[in-house]
Design a protein around this ligand. Structure first.
Ligand code: BES
Ligand code: ZN
Ligand code: ZN
Length: 456
């Protein structure tokens, strides 16, 4: 999708906004020219949330009627009373996100894939144009994150994911280093190594560093399970889409890339613990005990609670950077979806200031969060009879508060960090949901939020 700035709508299908019901779209022909009417609903009722969906619905409507070049007035959303550059950035991000489709494995139809090719913005000033430019970078990185996550598990191994991290920052001032099995063994990363044991493709641990400024870094760690079969506690049935269980890693990779692309003044480190959770002959067994990088031993009650194992080693590894703050991102539990449904990721942290900051940024970025508790009362969930901690609660008690229990497990390692830490359980937002006006598949969250956080 190309953006241009002009004075005339010639050659474009101009978008006219009416106060009809939001989502209404109608192609109107007048002589030789045509325009697309989009309903915004009552202007006074358009919030930032509905605005985001509205922008995306323009692209979906254009795609439906196979219009490839659209134009609209920069002043069309002046009624939102948002700062111009911020407004323009949101417009570009969401036009791009709505235009995205994962077509890597599809034969191109004769008439091409349905896409909007060019957007011309009429009557924009410098601030608006700068906002568009920034929004394009954000939208492109979100979409690149979706492509990584959408890639089938057979073609996205831990090694491929490590390569993808390198590729994502080609030409940018980001250093990327990947540890292989021998190096991880030497360090004593028994948790991630344990998860990788049942797979024919070995685990990797990738470190990305962008030094846009001096000072203690922000560390982002992303769950990189390239396929989660459940391991010996094999998942049953279908529809799990567990090739996307590396969505957290993909979002960290592209948030670091985005910070570098937009020349952020911050010091950012991305950690990508990657493994495939398979039930091969060498796989972890229930009740095996692992020795993690922290020195703590972990009883593996359930091999399907593998994300927290790889993250445990990543959180300990983060310590060596003496970070100012650590965030981890993971499609960690089905339980977070039971709690929140499909429209918000779960935020778990013991730091009130960090919680408030992330919740505010989640509203403005569009990667919505809702908080779940991480109180001492829940600490019993990680008690183990034979090891220092257990990776989940055994028996029927394990049915309750699964997202909190996952967070509580991570807290056992994060508490050693001596800096604020938050865990984002993004399972609810792994894929797009009805009403998002996005293509099916990976949603690319929370790249926008992570970038906003880095910037702040
Ligand atoms: N990757 C899954 C969680 C998941 C489920 C993500 C659905 C996205 C959509 C995770 O590794 C897992 O299997 N979690 C278990 C934990 C349980 C065994 C304690 C779960 O949520 O059931
Ligand atoms: Zn699992
Ligand atoms: Zn998983």
């Amino acid at each position: 999708m190309k953006f241009s700035f002009g004075a005339s709508t010639k050659g474009f299908t101009h978008i006219r906004f009416t106060e009809e019901v939001r989502g209404t779209a109608r192609l109107v022909r007048e002589g030789t020219s045509e325009h697309l009417e989009i309903g915004t609903g009552k202007r006074s009722e358009v919030s930032q949330r509905t605005f985001i969906i509205l922008i995306r619905s323009i692209v979906q409507a254009a795609k439906r009627v196979r219009v490839k070049k659209i134009s609209f007035d920069a002043s069309a959303f002046a009624f939102l009373k948002m700062e111009e550059a911020e407004l323009a950035s949101l417009i570009a991000q969401n036009l791009l996100m709505a235009n995205y489709e994962y077509t890597a494995y599809k034969t191109k139809p004769k008439e091409g894939f349905k896409q909007v090719e060019e957007v011309c913005i009429i009557g924009s000033n410098k601030a608006f144009q700068a906002g568009i430019k920034k929004g394009v970078a954000i939208g492109e990185e979100v979409n690149a994150c979706r492509t990584l996550a959408n890639t089938p598990g057979g073609d996205m191994t831990p090694k491929t994911l490590a390569k993808a991290a390198k590729f994502a920052v080609t030409g940018l001032p980001v250093s990327v280093r990947t540890l292989g099995v021998p190096e991880m063994q030497k360090l004593g990363m028994g948790a991630i190594l344990g998860v990788g044991k049942g797979s024919e493709t070995p685990p990797t641990f990738t470190i990305m560093e962008y030094k846009g400024g001096t000072g203690a870094p922000i560390v982002l760690a992303g769950k990189g399970i390239t396929f989660d079969s459940g391991g010996i506690n094999l998942k049953s049935g279908d529809g799990h889409e567990m090739h996307m269980d590396m969505s957290g890693a993909a979002s960290v990779i592209h948030a670091v890339a985005l910070a570098a692309r937009l020349k952020s003044k911050k010091h950012v480190i991305g950690l990508i613990p990657a493994a495939e959770n398979m039930p091969g002959g060498g796989a972890l067994r229930p009740h095996d005990i692992l020795k993690s990088l922290s020195g703590k031993t972990i009883e593996v009650i359930n091999t399907d609670a593998e994300g927290r194992l790889v993250l445990a080693d990543a959180l300990t590894y983060a310590k060596r950077f003496k970070p100012s703050v650590v965030l981890d991102v993971a499609t960690l539990t089905g339980s977070s979806m039971s709690a929140l449904g499909l429209y918000a990721s779960a935020l778990l942290t013991r730091d009130e200031k960090l919680a408030a900051q992330l919740l505010t940024l989640s509203e403005t970025s569009g990667d919505y969060l809702w908080r779940l508790p991480l109180w001492d009362e829940y600490e019993s969930s990680v008690k183990s009879t034979f090891a220092d901690v257990a990776n989940c609660v055994s028996g029927s008690a394990g049915r309750y508060a699964g997202a909190t229990n996952g967070g509580m497990f991570l807290w056992q390692f994060a508490k050693e960090l001596e800096c604020p830490w938050a865990h984002l359980d993004t399972a609810p937002r792994m894929t797009s949901a009805p009403g998002d006006e996005l293509a099916k598949g990976a949603a690319g969250e929370p790249v926008r939020l992570l970038y906003a956080f880095i910037e702040q």
